[in-house]
Design a protein around this ligand. Sequence first.
Ligand code: UD1
Length: 416
Amino acid sequence: MQKLKVTGGARLVGEVRASGAKNAALPILAASLLTADDLILDNVPLLSDIRTMGSLLQGLGMRVERDGETMVLNAKSLLTTEAPYDLVKTMRASIVTLGPMLARFGEARVSLPGGCAIGARPVDQHIKGLQAMGAEITIEHGYVVAKAKRLKGARVVTDMVTVTGTENLLMAATLAEGTTILENAAREPEVVDLANCLNAMGAKIRGAGTPVIEIEGVDALHGARHHVLPDRIETGSFLVAALMTQGDVTVTNADPGSQDIVLDKLREAGGKIEVGEDWIRASIDHRPKAVSVRTVPHPGFPTDMQAQFMAMDCIAEGTARITETIFENRFMHVPELQRLGADIAIDGHTAVVTGVKELSGATVMATDLRASASLVMAALVANGESIVDRIYHLDRGYDHMEKKLAALGAQIERIS
Ligand code: UD1
């Protein structure tokens, strides 16, 4: 199993390029199921989750080609409409193939993703929405089995804001008969990017980025070329790492407009934040100040940045309260950060973090994607050597993080 060896203490300085957004690329890859033509995607990040989605689509019988950050996808015909358990279990986002497959081919069998380390994460809202659009859905042997001659436009109000739920229903509605209104829709920039891609394919979507999305169904979608938006979570992670190491980092190929709240919080920590059209620079010449955050759906503070801010608070001046409201079990990084010497007390859904002057290197275990990033970042400022184990979690969502950090001056290497 691969690990990262990190020797703490280096200041991060320089420029780093953000990759395309994983959470935009995954549903957009699934959107290729909606047309018989080629969908060409640029700025697709090199991640294991993207490879998993590619394998899943190939397994369905699609043509999937990749040349660096460009992918060409074609779903002229499928061999099967079944997304099998062994792939879905490794990546919950596989569920986004359900809506497009059902809409275009009239049937889909997608394994239920099951729970994951950060919580139960059911897909009941995806199912409820598709049922409202006329799909017949049963759960058989752990699979969601969906059928519909042609989906019908409907008004769907989800019980909570769900990102992949919104994306699944959005994709399904593009080929439905009539108009669909999605209320309580997720407003994440990745939903907007998906809608932009679908509109380029001939869909008629209005209101993406607001809580009400209106989709006028069309008979067919056509091919398109789309540039995936930059990853705001990867971008934010590098900016936090810059402040933690009292460094000076510019992230290029970034989308500053998608992360107002994160930039505000970095300023609150005492960071100097400068923003250009497609770059963000974060610098600081003193120990960051503790910042409290509460995770909520976009445009609030993202749950996917919670662990990284906690890592910063571990070495900040003062005490911070970090409250997680999206997932019920997203504090698994806490015992690992404690192994590095952090002072954290958990009180229900809130972690109270009191900054210490110095962390001390240790062996820690990555438990989920963003938790892994927080451990790497904490290791960057810990005294001596740390080993971060089980970094396959990190590779799911960060494009060669250790290489990008090393180029900024970090002492970090991948070992087997
Ligand atoms: C997406 C992101 C993930 C991010 C999360 C929250 C992708 C591929 N993943 O995950 O990185 O952490 O948004 O911003 O984009 N829920 C239900 N029933 C449903 C759907 C969701 O109860 O049918 C609950 C979930 O358990 C969770 C909350 O709603 O508590 C939000 O989940 P959701 O927004 O759906 O997360 P994902 O789309 O899985």
